[in-house]
Design a protein around this ligand. Structure first.
Ligand SMILES: [Zn+2]
Length: 308
């Protein structure tokens, strides 16, 4: 019997340092950071957006090898069918069904088909790279619930979390998407109140995975930036990764090599020595009324994580 594939899933709300965290973990030997696999069908296989290495997805040798190994080539994948299936299974509104002890036969059949494709993808990555752990920074909570149901995967969850006020401030700004090369495309913007509600829900739903058998730890963005080595050591132990040489991490910098990532924050294209600087613009720039709103909505979570 082949051993299960170790998946280290990074969950949480975007703009919480998850891309940097995944990039850092990807520097460890036998650990592959693939970025946000949730978007591989739409933005990779279909739209041919840029891989983290700078090549269009379909021209990247790494992904070509994975596609051949997993599916006999990407052209063999029914992308539209898979996207339709994803919309019917992998959304937060389906979490109650995904977490239930039993599913309706119809829903279960869809989940089975969806997870079979994911398992094939991860197997392809393991076969093509020899990786012992795959870091998936998809972030979306429902995806973690889907992975829990996939036989042959051993999923652990790292919640990437940041002060809700910083997250809300960041999502209210306009940011260009770097991986889209034909014309300008911008990241969606969200009102601070909406981000606050998402933040609270993500925290609760990710922790609700623990009693369902999926180990979960929290990694605070603020800790990752100020104590990077300590945080990485903690994750390495949690994930059962062999303790490795962490010489790529300094007190306030990290040395990053390019990785073949799908989607994610623009920072995934940055390589070489990267300074770790805490982004706390929100503390001085955020509108006071919005700051009060986000503080009030997320108060219990802020308290639980030591932010207030
Ligand atoms: Zn690539």
């Amino acid at each position: 019997m082949t051993p299960p594939i170790d998946i280290l899933f990074i969950g949480g709300v975007g703009r919480s340092g998850s891309t940097l965290l995944a990039d850092m973990l990807g520097q460890l030997p036998k650990v592959e950071n693939i970025g946000e696999s949730q978007y591989i069908w739409e933005r990779g296989v279909k739209a041919n957006d840029l891989c983290g290495c700078g090549n269009p997805f379909r021209s990247c040798d790494y992904w070509r090898t994975v596609g051949d190994s997993a599916f006999g080539g990407w052209d063999e994948v029914d992308v539209d069918g898979l996207l339709a299936l994803q919309a019917e299974v992998d959304r937060n509104r389906f979490i109650p069904q995904l977490a239930a002890p039993s599913m309706t036969p119809r829903f279960e059949a869809k989940v089975s088909r969806y997870v079979a494709s994911l398992r094939a993808l991860y197997s392809g990555i393991r076969d093509a790279t020899g990786a012992e752990t795959i870091v998936d920074a998809s972030k979306h909570v429902s995806y973690a619930y889907v992975l829990r149901l996939a036989r042959g995967l051993k999923t652990r969850v790292v919640q990437s979390i940041r002060d809700s006020r910083g997250v809300a401030y960041s999502w209210a700004k306009k940011v260009r998407r770097a991986e889209v090369t034909d014309g300008d495309s911008y990241m969606p913007q969200f009102k601070p109140g909406s981000t606050a509600a998402l933040w609270l829900a993500a925290d609760a739903l990710l922790h609700a995975l623990a009693p369902l058998g999926i180990p979960v730890i929290d990694v605070l963005y603020e800790e990752l930036i100020t104590h990077p080595r300590q945080e990485l050591e903690r994750i390495v132990e949690f994930a059962g990764i062999d303790p490795a040489d962490l010489s790529f991490v300094g007190d306030d910098w990290v040395e990053l090599a390019a990785s073949h990532t799908v989607s994610g924050n623009n920072s995934r294209f940055v390589t070489g020595r990267v300074a770790l600087e805490l982004d706390v613009d929100w503390e001085t720039e955020m509108d006071l009324a919005e700051r009060r709103l986000v503080t009030a909505v997320t108060w219990l979570g802020l308290k639980r994580h030591g932010y207030v």
